[in-house]
Design a protein around this ligand. Structure first.
Ligand code: GLU
Length: 480
């Protein structure tokens, strides 16, 4: 085992954004690819509100998709604890080091003053940014104000001029102007560090060698690097994964559809589909192959396939993958997966397997099972008799065709009541009598399903059983 260590460092909110799933997935795969360790660290110091069991929920959804960690709050490890709010004592020493080096400073500005300052800046068309009012307070004044009990935050002292050059493994060198950087807060007024500070201290202490995260963290990168420099630490390698955009080129947002993995899970997207879909958001294989299981990715994934241009979130593609993986399931597996979505979850297993068999080819997600098979469970079908008419047939001809079929079907013994036998009997009858297949099968299918589009009549009759099928044909015959 080498000393390569990657971490996934989410701020748990109770839901996992699809972009964060991709970050976790890429991190996991790169760690595997490099033969290193994958670590989960919970960055919960910036949380405005306490989200109960957010970490448990996060772990559940990650384990549902099959992503696991070598170290983390649930696994323990040599650098425990892995949750930042359990590490608060650790950060004190490091902020003191920055204060001593004069690379950080106390700021006593009140929330009101900051608000007023921002309003003025906005009115003057300036980007709202801390005006550094406390940057040059004397040590005596700082001590006096602390002694008087004034509240303060601690800010990072940014260079005022010059360029900060950073290196991203996918993009190469990127330059930022120091003058664009704010003296941002490292320690909040309650003594708790911000993400920006705790993240760096922990990456260093946990001996992280590669930081893998989304592109939205690129603006933080120069600030991160300045902190490494301030401490005299060697930074890890950084890989920022490309942005994920919606199909109109905008930011993925809740308004245009689901953005949380849990939403997809609830609707009946399979973990295999989400993984396959996510891995292609910024990565491609050498040979252009697109269908990948997580297991296959463990060997096929290669950092060289990562790109830096934005990835487009195409929900039709996700549906395609989901449909594909639904069709890979055995009927027993699919019945088990669909059961929670049914209005009557106590349906007999063998029967349910037949029912899902009818829907498997058309399903895009598990929750489709209801809509696709409602007609099977319906007590009495409700449809207009005109639907029974095929092409130029008259209502009388339709009824006569249905009666003929009823006659044949009545004679089929229970033991032979299956798709293949029914099909053989009926098709033979149609052929021998030199009739047209559509003239018989359309009315039969409608009589059995009440639908314009549905699975074929023989599979439906097989699933419904003899009694139900004949009742439904009877109903069709009695329609005005
Ligand atoms: N805590 C950050 C987040 O919520 C992690 C950023 C990073 O990976 O450095 O995503």
């Amino acid at each position: 085992m080498n000393n390569i260590r990657l971490r996934f460092a989410p701020s748990p909110t109770g839901f996992l954004h699809i972009g964060n799933l991709r970050t976790a997935l890429f991190g996991y795969l790169i760690a595997q690819n490099l033969g290193g360790k994958f670590i989960l660290r919970i960055e919960d110091t910036d949380q405005k509100r306490e989200v109960n069991d957010a970490v448990d929920k996060l772990l559940n959804v990650l384990s549902w998709v099959g992503i696991d960690f070598d170290e983390g709050p649930h696994r323990g490890g040599p650098f425990a604890p892995y949750t930042q709010t359990e590490r608060l004592d650790i950060y004190q020493k490091y902020i003191q080091e920055l204060l001593d080096k004069d690379l950080a400073y106390h700021c006593f500005c009140s929330a009101e003053r900051l608000e007023e300052m921002r309003e003025k800046q906005t009115a003057n068309k300036l980007a709202p940014r801390y005006d550094r009012a406390c940057r040059d307070l004397t040590r005596e004044e700082v001590e006096k104000r602390i002694a008087q009990g004034e509240k303060y935050v601690i800010r990072q002292k940014m260079p005022l001029t010059g360029e900060i050059k950073v290196y991203d493994e996918l993009r190469g060198e990127i330059s930022f102007q120091a003058s664009d950087l704010e003296d941002h807060v490292l320690i909040k007024s309650d003594g708790v560090p911000t993400y920006q500070f705790a993240n760096i201290v922990d990456d260093h202490l946990m001996e992280i060698t590669h930081v893998t995260r989304g592109d939205e963290w690129l603006p933080s990168y120069p600030k991160n690097i300045l902190l490494y420099q301030a401490f005299g630490w060697t930074p890890p390698k950084f890989i920022h994964f490309p942005l994920i955009l919606n199909q109109t080129g905008g930011k993925l947002s809740k308004r245009q559809g689901d953005v949380f993995v849990e939403d997809y899970q609830a609707k009946g997207y399979l973990p295999e589909a989400l993984i396959n879909f996510c891995v292609l958001l910024g990565w491609h294989s050498k040979d252009g192959k697109e269908i990948y299981s997580l297991k296959e990715l463990l060997t096929a994934f290669d950092i060289k396939g990562l790109g830096s241009s934005p990835a487009i979130f195409d929900s039709e593609k996700l549906d395609f993958f989901n449909g594909y993986y639904i069709r890979q399931k055995t009927l027993t597996e699919l019945a088990d997966l669909c059961r929670p979505y049914l209005s009557d979850i106590s349906v007999d297993q063998t029967y349910l397997e037949k029912v899902v068999g009818l829907a498997q080819d058309r399903m895009k997600k598990l929750s489709d099972i209801n809509e696709l098979t409602d007609f099977i469970f319906a007590e009495k079908l409700d449809y207009d008799s005109s639907l029974l008419i095929w092409k130029a047939l008259t209502a009388e001809e339709v009824k006569s065709n249905l009666s003929e079929l009823k006659g044949i079907m009545e004679k089929v013994e229970d033991i032979n009541w299956n798709k293949t036998y029914l099909e053989a009997q009926i098709i033979e009858y149609i052929k021998t009598n030199d009739k047209k297949v559509g003239d018989y099968l359309w009315p039969l299918r409608v009589a059995l399903t009440g639908l314009k589009n549905s699975p074929g009549p023989f599979e439906v009759a097989d699933t419904l059983g003899k009694e139900q099928s004949l009742n439904r044909i009877e109903l069709a015959l009695s329609k005005k």
